[in-house]
Write a protein that binds this ligand. Sequence first.
Ligand SMILES: Nc1ncnc2c1ncn2[C@@H]1O[C@H](COP(=O)(O)OP(=O)(O)OP(=O)(O)O)[C@@H](O)[C@H]1O
Length: 750
Amino acid sequence: MSEYKTALEEEKKYLERVTEFLEEQIQGCGIDIKGQRKNLVDIRREMYTEGSRYTDEMDRMAELNQYITMEAVESSQYKHKLETLKKYEKMIDKPYFGRFDFAEEGEEKESIYVGYHNIMNDDTYEVLAYDWRAPIASVFYRSELGPAKYIAPYGEIEGEVSLKRQYEIKKGELEYFFDCSLTITDELLQQALGKNTSSKMKNIVETIQKEQDQIIRDRENDLLIVQGVAGSGKTSIAMHRVAFLLYDRLESGLTHNQIMILSPNHLFGEYISNVLPELGEEDVAHFTVEDIFEKYFGNHLRIRNRNSQMEYIIGSKHRQKVRETIAFKGSKAYIELLDRLVDYCETHMIKFTDIYYDKEIVVDKDTLKKDFLDNAINMSIVKRLNRIERIILEKIKPLEKEKRKEVLEEIEASGAYAFEEERRCKEVLNEFRQEVFNQLNRFIRVNIFFVYKRMFTDEKLFNQLAKGLDMPYNAFQMMRYSLRALRPECIPYEDGVALLYLKLKIEGTNLYQGIRQVVIDEAQDYYPIHYKVFGELFKGVQYTVLGDVCQTIEKEASHTIYDDAIELLNPKRALKLELNKSYRSSYEINQLAMNLREDQKACIAIERHEEAPLMQKANNEEDLNEKIVNQVKAYKAAGLESIAILCKTKGEVHEAYEALKDQLELSILSSDDTILEKGILIMPIYMAKGLEYDGVVVYDANAERYKEAFDKQLLYIATTRALHRLSFIYKGQISPFLEEAIKKGSIDKA
Ligand SMILES: Nc1ncnc2c1ncn2[C@@H]1O[C@H](COP(=O)(O)OP(=O)(O)OP(=O)(O)O)[C@@H](O)[C@H]1O
């Protein structure tokens, strides 16, 4: 028998053993669950009957308390068993996917199998497979044959790897395995990457690459920044990192509701929502900046979402001006301006008045102001005002008491009926109290919108606040120009972020105080002011920030945003890593994409060859639509399942949809609430950011439409959405950026 066959037999036997064990466990779990469910029902029934036996409330409470504790313990065990059962049932098809043989220094060699979850015999403590997140499993992802080490909870373990093996197991059957000397071999990776994509992001546990694993398992840094080219796995890494952090919950105490993912939009949030459940973890909350705004402002102010900002930039005739204004309102100078506005609001905008209780002075305005400004413990403005309100209400209590006597005497003297005295007295006292509230309300409530708007309308104040700050020479004109759009019912996105910052500074917050881990994806889309807002919202948290500076639409590609994040979030330890290998697209698509990138960073493309991107000239509008239909049909015939037709603007999407809808089964994606589905989609490029499709057709990529520097960024984003096929169909001249990119040379291969 060949060496491979002998090993295959052994592996099959091992798989049989593990499968048998899992089957036993599943059976056992099923029996336990039945028993636990019965126990729970019994406890609840007894709780009801026993509870109703007692007439004394205290006795009943004591009895019920016992049952409540029992019920909580039993429910948590029941839930745990159900989860275990679910995990085992999932694993029976594929209990593990990899193995390495590891000899710890001075110890015997051991075969370590790596799978989605731990499989351990609780009686013998034998681990049949390790969870991919276990410390020892890091060797599988990071080490080649030879000396290796990993960090265990009790310190660093050194040893030697003598074998690395990967398995193809389907429905519990071992189809084949292969040994590799390096980290995860190309063979499995190529297989994974060659498949069609799905409407929801999938996990990459079996093929995590060494440099990705380093990010996933990082524990050292409070701020971990990852700059990675499109398709380098940033979002995948972010999700696997969350799963990794949750794995260690006994040690770290971290739970899924202490993690927050900041997504660029809801569509993206939905796209990634399957990964954690697939990895056996509860999904964690996804928020957009717009969601946070709504949490703080409710229905009082409404923010326009980022997609409308994108649309505004792309569609505006004064695009440069709009971009400059947005950049200014997100800048560090603007933050400083807002900080100064807060100071100004504190010292000048709160108009204290003397407070009277029925003509008798309770406290004069100077004393109020002095108390307010005496802020030894750094309380927010609103908290201090609330404190003043409480103090005043305390102060009027003795006055109210006196007044009550006086009023009662007057009512008695007026000869009112005895039963009416109390009611009338209350009415009179309420009037006096209301009068105090009226006086307080003149200065105690801060209208954030009004405070913010002052900067747009009061040039003198603006200049005073702006003194010495590094800002555009025409900053106030920018403010003036954008004043028209500043309406409470639809506030431009950039002003919304500024208002949020102002609110947090003026009111303070502890809404997110339970959060301990924050993941920020598509980090390039944020401005310094966003990071400042995050700093106000989350205290003492760890951040994972992932982005690609070349995928910004509204600003120039620049790495400074990462330095700003470090400066503004001010972590104890920060690390910035770069990922230059792209996994999503075929080599040919990647080549074009890299030639479109603004930064000339060396990028490595996975060598997965497919057809080169197609540039197709159309003679007129009709021909353009016909060529697009043919192209999409050809993609379908070639087996591609998800196809996107990408346009520049929403308006273009609607036009193209109308022209194509009778010939193709098209779904239009033009708002953030749309549900993701497979099939043929048509949408603006900016909405496809972060997502991926088997085939992409860029609608009318001509020189007229894609001619400015930022159009090049749009083309880069469009190009990098495609896994297998890409085509640009255009009327007239092709975009000069595409022409130039085709002419450029090839790129490095992985
Ligand atoms: N190690 C890997 N094994 C298998 N597939 C991978 C791996 N890393 C990334 N991929 C695949 O590459 C594609 C891109 O991944 P992902 O969306 O995480 O990249 P990204 O860097 O966030 O991209 P973008 O910047 O465009 O949003 C996905 O289909 C993902 O499954």
